[in-house]
Design a protein around this ligand. Structure first.
Ligand code: AMP
Length: 282
């Protein structure tokens, strides 16, 4: 595995490869590190579909609202590098902040049609603009054929597709299913902050989503959602941030199963003070 911290070095290297083979495809997997099997599933798919796979590890300051969250974000870099090597990653891009945002970089505001202001964006003001800025830079640096994202960050996948439209490139956004722990909790780097026993009991989120999927056709979507809300209310150390059904293409909220062809339930539950994101197509 090649390790580079320099953006220009990476761009030049990849351009040289493409000069030798214009058909060469490049898969790109952006991450913030503290890797787990969810990240690896993206890497494996990229390796399967492309000639070269580039993974980036960069804890992007512009997408963090809370300083504490940024400062305490886990950084097990040795372990991450070993996992990436074992998986067969070709290139790891590990830049410092000023390599991604040089002093003359002007942060952009992307027109996301209000998508950056709602649901997850409402909870985390500026988050999706930060995501777009870092992806814009990475797409410039890597010039990938395909970029891989997890369905776990559902709204982010829709934002990434909008960014690609705005940038007018033919880069393909690939979305991979949610990897879960054995008990059902969606894998996340932040799960490390949960007390051990809570990693198992946090599966009430997954089971709640499954139950909505199961019962909504019978009792109605809103009644099924209400049941899960009530279940969360009863649990110790759990606090609901949001739980709603949206049209999977527009992220507009829907009230009934007949309101859209593809519906996703989006939720964030704070459990033992850790924000746990999850979602499910129903
Ligand atoms: P992060 O390091 O949290 O920024 O995540 C990097 C990429 O991995 C994002 O596209 C995430 O959606 C994806 N990802 C994170 N957790 C999972 C998971 N449990 N299953 C699938 N993909 C995931």
């Amino acid at each position: 595995m090649i390790l580079t911290k320099r953006a220009s070095e990476l761009t030049n290297y990849l351009r040289e490869l493409k000069k030798q083979n214009p058909q060469l495809s490049i898969g790109f997997v952006p991450t913030m590190g503290a890797l787990h099997n969810g990240h690896l599933s993206l890497i494996y798919e990229s390796i399967r579909e492309n000639d070269r796979t580039v993974c980036s590890i960069f804890v992007n300051p512009t997408q963090f609202g809370e300083k504490k969250d940024l400062e305490t974000y886990p950084k097990p870099i040795e372990q991450d590098m070993q996992m990436l090597m074992d998986a067969g990653t070709d290139i790891l891009f590990l830049p410092e902040v000023d390599e991604v945002y040089p002093p003359d970089y002007e942060h952009q505001t992307f027109d996301l049609n209000g998508l950056d202001l709602k649901i997850e964006g409402e909870m985390r003001p500026g988050h999706f603009q930060g995501v777009c800025n870092v992806l814009y830079r990475f797409f410039e640096i890597v010039e990938p054929t395909r970029a891989y994202f997890g369905q776990k960050d559902f709204q982010q996948t829709v934002v990434a597709k909008m960014l690609v439209d705005l940038m007018d490139t033919d880069l393909e956004i690939r979305v991979m299913p949610i990897a879960r722990e054995d008990h059902g909790l969606a894998m996340s780097s932040r799960n490390r902050r949960l007390p051990d026993h809570a990693r198992k009991s946090a599966n009430f989120i997954y089971h709640g989503l499954l139950k909505i999927k199961e019962t909504a056709p019978e009792i109605g979507l809103q009644a099924a959602i209400q049941n899960m809300k009530e279940d969360i209310l009863k649990r110790d150390n759990a606090e609901l941030e949001y739980l709603l059904a949206v049209n999977a293409n527009t992220i507009n909220e829907v009230q009934n199963l007949s309101d859209a062809d593809e519906i996703v339930i989006l939720t964030v539950v704070k459990y033992y003070d850790v924000r746990l994101l999850d979602n499910m197509y129903i």
